[in-house]
Write a protein that binds this ligand. Structure first.
Ligand code: COI
Length: 354
């Protein structure tokens, strides 16, 4: 099979299909892995630049037991979605922002990274090769997971001698089932506060450390965990996989990007959408006390999109918030998804046709 992006023509091998897109029940998609036909792979030696990648049948990769990623966690990832429009086109949402964020993360983790153009082209190729897996409008999206990992072998603590940029994808539906009941975690932290840590990049090392808190919260009937700043324990930071916002009157507040908070692309887009809709948006430190008297709370993320928080529990206190179709969060979600799926005019040129 051949695929064209700009001047480039790619030939890919014919994969062996395990499950066909026709067998996927689009009405039952959650956020579970449904493997597709192809993945994109590009390699680069330390000190070199990424140059040429290729589409390969989706499958396992061979990796040295001494690789930088397996031993020292030298790796970052991204997440973005492809949506189907009413007239059958496929749109990406701000893929250049993911490419830029990957570059910033790569610098922090001492890795070479693909250029933003290489990143976006690779994403487009991956979508084209897997286009039969993009759900129909209204049924979900194709979630793309770009990885950048140190795959070369080494023993001492140092940047790996070789890197792999890889993109795989999966059709997905909702990340959460309904509005969230968050437990504020006051003993474990997601990232160290301030600009010296890695909370502000999508390092793989930021994610597994939240499992203990999530498992404990779920065992106690909560749907997710909200983390606090590690310096004082007084300010909210983010939930395990998404940014958070609180609403009081006409003002929306979200923790500022101080190096600890992940600079979410949905977060950034929702701030602009809310300002355009006439709300005041403040990026600043948001205290637990303030959150507990807010009218509404919601979270944002690529996987999560925009979802209402139904309640937050902090020690012995539980605060219930407004949920349902009349909330600001529902309005923001509708606008964002409308733009992402081509149902609303994309005045800011955020979408990219594949
Ligand atoms: C995303 O929203 O794309 C993320 O990377 C969160 C992930 C933990 C599912």
């Amino acid at each position: 099979q051949y695929f064209n992006i700009g001047d480039f023509e790619f030939e890919v091998w014919s994969p062996c299909f395990c499950i066909s897109a026709a067998e996927v029940n689009w009405d039952e998609l959650g956020f579970n892995l449904v493997t597709t036909d192809y993945m994109y792979v590009m390699k680069c030696a330390k000190g070199d630049k990424f140059s040429e990648g290729s589409l390969l049948p989706y499958g396992n990769i061979e990796i040295s037991p001494c690789s930088g990623i397996l031993n020292y966690g030298q790796g970052i990832f991204e997440g973005l979605k492809a949506h189907r429009t009413e007239d059958g086109r496929i749109l990406l949402f701000r893929p250049d922002e993911n490419g830029l964020r990957m570059k910033r993360g790569a610098d922090r983790m001492c890795m070479p990274s693909p250029s933003v153009d290489q990143f976006v082209n690779a994403v487009k190729l991956t979508v084209l090769a897997n286009k039969r897996w993009v759900p129909p409008l209204g049924k979900g999206s194709l979630y793309l997971r770009p990885l950048l990992i140190g795959t070369g072998p080494l023993l001492g603590l140092a940047p790996a001698p070789e890197y792999t940029f890889l993109i795989y994808c999966s059709p997905v539906g909702s990340y959460h089932k309904g509005a969230l009941n968050l437990k504020v975690e006051d003993k474990l932290y997601r990232a160290i506060s301030g600009s010296g840590g890695t909370g502000g990049i999508k390092s793989v090392t930021n994610y597994a450390p939240v499992y203990t808190a999530i498992i404990d919260a779920k065992a106690n009937g909560f749907s997710d965990v909200l983390f606090l700043d590690s310096a004082t324990g007084k300010y909210i930071e983010e939930a395990s996989a998404c940014n958070v916002f609180v609403v009081k009157g006409n003002t929306i507040s979200t923790p500022s990007l101080d190096g600890t908070i992940l600079p979410g692309i949905t977060r950034k887009s929702i701030i602009e959408v809310a300002i355009d809709l006439g709300y005041q948006v403040m990026e600043r430190a948001v205290s637990v006390e303030e959150m507990l008297v807010a009218d509404e709370m919601f979270c944002t993320g690529t996987a999560v999109v925009v979802n209402s928080v139904a309640s937050v529990s902090y020690k012995e206190t539980t605060r219930d918030y407004k949920t349902g179709p009349e909330t600001l969060s529902a309005k923001l979600r509708k606008t964002l998804v409308g733009i992402q799926t081509g149902c609303l005019e994309d005045k800011k040129s955020w979408t990219v046709t594949v």
